[in-house]
Write a protein that binds this ligand. Structure first.
Ligand code: URA
Length: 431
């Protein structure tokens, strides 16, 4: 007798055959996996059974709560201001957190943003910020609380104590082709966000080629599942569904994305980055009890920029220091006159990753100056010989593989041609 409450093989069989796991079974499974009693190969089988057969509403809630219970749950008593956070399901050129956190914090809302690093072709907020000389992602719990009180915005690395069962399961899903299951994505993201202690949360759920989930209907299902999990756990949660078929803004990488975020904080920047930043800021401010706050004015009048500078300095960064510049660059020119009608987010994300901006394994370093600057976006008129985009890397040898990823990923057509995967940037809202 092992003294254990359940036999894991029975639970795998139950899920494999389309059954429903009960609360006690899920609690035991997550705990037994976290302490190493349930083996990786057994949890792989369970993840695949969940991937194939799905989970009911109660099962997803139980899984989320069990992963939260595997670690620490933060709270901010005595902070004296409301808290609000945002989470994006990940995309290409998605630097929105960088202007958004200081923008919202500049109105007196605390933004406790515990972020991750990029894996695969989607970038990570911490990797982007680490291109700022001196900036550090790791804060002690004391530094985190002090910065939240004094500056309002903190973007830092999540400690190992936050939903550790999710960290273990996520690493396993990554190598067993079980990432893209809605119950698993929703419980993974929401366990970390609920454990982080925010009282309000705005989700940017992306659909399209450069997102985890390409189908908008499945994106909506993911959004609804996450909003329900947040609400049931007492976190005011809303989601915006946003289009990730085309890279966001004009930069993909790390340092170049920081440069673009600073342009937005200085009152400029690309229209799509401004639109999404303001839409998410308004949702966060509304949930924090400030529906009338003028977020657009705060980008124009320097209010958000002041908080950005304070946020970067508080973590050792020099907001005025020049950002790193890549040794090598390669411009791709338009081969004909016309209209740019396609720019596929997934291909540009992979191309940027191959330039060194992303990592293949968790322990790999990233090249902060590597990436892609886009000089034209779908719908723009272009002239033969004009640069369409520029690749940046520390190693010239990376350009060929990056260009291979871009074959067929952009197209110039005659004026009046339809834009591929066009449509509004911001789709529906789920609350
Ligand atoms: N991000 C997470 O944290 N978990 C997932 O499952 C997918 C994206």
């Amino acid at each position: 007798m092992s003294g254990e409450a359940f036999d894991v093989v029975d639970l795998i069989k139950l899920k494999r055959d389309g059954g429903t796991l009960e609360t006690a079974q899920i609690n035991w499974l997550v705990d037994a996996y976290a302490r190493g009693f349930v083996a990786e190969e057994q949890m792989s089988a369970m993840a695949m059974a969940i991937f194939l057969n799905g989970m009911g509403r109660e099962e997803i809630r139980d899984l989320t709560l069990a992963m939260i219970a595997s670690g620490e749950r933060l709270s901010f008593p005595g902070l004296g201001k409301p808290t609000a956070d945002k989470h994006s399901t990940g995309g290409v050129g998605d630097k929105i957190t960088l202007p958004l956190a200081p923008l919202v914090a500049s109105f007196g809302v605390a933004v406790p943003q515990l972020s991750g690093r990029g894996l695969g072709f989607t970038g990570g907020t911490l990797d982007k910020l680490e291109s700022i000389p001196g900036w550090r992602a790791k804060l002690s719990p004391r530094e985190f609380q002090d910065q939240l009180r004094e500056v309002g915005a903190v973007i830092c690395a999540a400690g190992a104590s936050l939903a550790p069962a999710d960290a273990k399961l996520y690493a396993l899903r990554d190598i067993t082709a079980t990432v893209e299951a809605i119950p698993l994505i929703a419980s993974s993201i929401m366990s970390k966000k609920i454990a982080e202690g925010t009282s309000a949360l705005v989700l940017d759920v992306k659909f399209g080629s450069g997102a985890f989930i390409s189908d908008p209907k499945r994106g909506r299902e993911l959004a609804e599942t996450m909003v329900r999990l947040g609400t049931d756990a007492g976190v005011k949660t809303v989601a915006l569904l946003t289009n990730m078929n085309v890279p966001l803004g004009n930069t993909i990488g790390n340092a170049n994305e920081v440069r673009e975020a600073v342009e937005v904080l200085a009152g400029g920047g690309p229209a799509d980055v401004i639109e999404l930043t303001l839409a998410l800021a308004r949702e966060m401010l509304t949930l924090a009890g400030m529906p009338d706050a003028d977020a657009a004015a705060a980008l124009k009048n320097g209010q958000a920029m002041d908080t950005w500078r304070a946020m970067i300095s508080a973590q050792g960064g020099d907001p005025a220091a020049p950002l790193p510049v890549a040794k090598e660059q390669h411009a791709v020119l338009a081969e004909r006159d016309g209209i740019l009608v396609a720019q596929d987010a997934l291909a540009f994300g992979i191309a940027s990753w191959r330039l060194g901006a992303g990592r293949a394994r968790k322990e790999d370093p990233v090249q902060h100056a590597a990436g892609i600057d886009l000089h034209a976006k779908p719908g723009d008129a272009v002239a033969k010989g004009q640069p369409l985009f520029t690749l940046f890397s520390e190693e010239e040898s990376r350009f060929d593989r990056s260009l291979e990823a871009l074959a067929g990923a952009y197209r110039i057509d005659v004026p009046g041609s339809p834009i591929e995967n066009g449509g509004p940037l911001i789709g529906s809202r789920v609350d």
